[in-house]
Structure formats: C-alpha cells, structure tokens
Design a protein around this ligand. Structure first.
Ligand code: 16G
Length: 246
C-alpha cells in the first residue's frame, strides 16, 4: 500500500489504514515493534507530524503502546464482550483465561430507595451487597457491585465467592436460574477507588454497565460494574432493520 497524494482522504487516515493492516493483518504479533516514526515518514513520504498524529491516535485507541526510548509496539487486542446474560467466570473461561474474584465488601443491608426500585421491592427490604474485583489471569478487569435480595439466597453471605461464580452458586445452592436480563452501558471515568483496584491511572475511561437479571420475571440481581476501557470492547451481531408494519 502507498499514500496517494491526490486522494481526498487525508494522509493521516491513509497511513492509519496502512498501520492497521500492519497491526491486524500482516504478520505482526502482540509486543512486536512497528517501524519508527522516521522510517514510516521516509517510506511513505510523510512529515514526522503526520506520522506522529496517526500513531498518537492508535495509542489512544489502545491498538499500539509506546515505551519511551524503545519504540512503539502492538498492544494486546481488547476483549470483545458479547451482550449476553453470561457470568464473568464462564465468559473468561471460554476465552482461555483463568477467572478470579476478590471480595472488596460483602454485607447485608436494607435496600435504599433506588436499589429497591430497581429490584421491584419495598425500600428497606434486606439485600446482600457484594463488591468484587474481577480478574483474568490475575490481571484486574472489572469492579462489580451486586445487590441481591435475601429472599433468593438467605445465607449467601456464608459462602465464599473467592474464585467462585456467583451465578453458579445461585443456581446450585438456591435453585435460582437467571433466564433474562437488561443492561445499559455507558462511557465513564473511573473513580479514584476503582482506579486503584484496577491499577489504572486516575481518570481512566471505563465501561459502566448496569444490569438487572431476572428469574421467572423476578429481579434477582442489580449490578453496577466498571470494566476497564483499555481492555474491553462490546461486540454484537446486528439484525436487519425491521420494516415498518404495513
Ligand atoms: C457479569 C455481570 C455481573 C454478574 C457477574 C457474575 C456484567 C456487566 N456483569 O460480570 O452482573 O454479577 O457476571 O459472574 O456482565 P460470576 O458468576 O463469575 O460471579
């Protein structure tokens, strides 16, 4: 591929395509170095500034990373999370990672107004509040905060969740099989406490997910999770748009 100076597509966009092809398509693997800014400039007849602008963008997107004094390297691909009612444990295992879970906080408390509304329960109903750090191959991935009414799992607090799946425990110990869910996902900035847990610089981006999971139409879990923006992307199949009736 070459840069076409006559093309209406800006040169940095053309270089981006070339670099993406290099990163994703043609033999470079994770942690391989890409050519230096000088080499790219010479090879494609571009100014250093154009090359830097393109690389900066790819670094910001998490496709490349820089090591000062050493060069620019191919980053690990992000984990493409499907929009499904999957448990973290199951999802990580399917991808070949070893899932982990560390309790940050577990307690029984009366549900506040917001949590109660989300759970379709009267305020003050007793709920388990569970905060966990989720890891994959010991690397922090997400902070998850789940609220579960005691009525579904009265002595859940006596079960360790270290390295264990909450969804599996609900099913095996309490016969609660989650069969539907709804979830919102938005961009957010990691709060300082979560940044520390996730070992991210303060102010890093996260995907903030709010999930309600149901069993037989009753809300079993309300969860708020912060997933690392530098490690996750969302992936979904797209259905063809339905034609308007009539
Ligand atoms: C997922 C759910 C979370 C649930 C957890 C159970 C999202 C955003 N969150 O991570 O709500 O508590 O799975 O995982 O997907 P576990 O069965 O491994 O404990």
């Amino acid at each position: 591929m070459a840069i076409d100076p006559a093309s209406p597509i800006p040169k940095y966009s053309q270089l981006r395509e070339i670099l993406l092809d290099l990163i994703e398509g043609s033999g470079l693997v994770v942690d391989d170095a890409i050519p230096s800014e000088r080499e790219l400039g010479t090879e494609y007849g571009l100014s250093r500034m154009t090359v830097r602008q393109t690389i900066d963008q790819l670094v910001a997107e998490g496709k490349l990373y820089r090591v000062p004094g050493k060069g620019t390297f191919v980053a690990r691909p992000k984990i493409a999370m499907a929009l499904a009612l999957a448990s973290f444990t199951h999802d990580m295992r399917q991808r070949g990672f070893t899932p982990g879970s560390r309790d940050i906080l577990r307690r029984i408390e009366p549900a506040g107004g917001h949590a109660a509304r989300m759970l379709d329960l009267p305020p003050g109903t007793r709920v388990h509040h569970i905060q966990r750090l989720r890891t994959a191959d010991d690397e922090p991935m997400a902070v998850e905060r789940s609220t579960i009414p005691l009525s579904f799992a009265p002595d859940l607090d006596t079960h360790s969740l270290a390295g264990r799946s909450l969804y599996q425990l609900l099913e095996e110990e309490y016969g609660v099989l989650l069969d539907s869910g709804e979830q919102t996902i938005e961009a957010a900035i990691c709060d300082p406490t979560d940044a520390k847990l996730l070992r991210l610089p303060p102010g890093s981006p996260v995907l903030l997910m709010q999930r309600r999971s149901f069993s037989n139409g009753r809300c079993v879990e309300v969860a708020t999770s912060s997933y690392r923006g530098d490690r996750y992307q969302l992936q979904t199949a797209l259905d063809p748009r339905r034609r308007a009736a009539g």
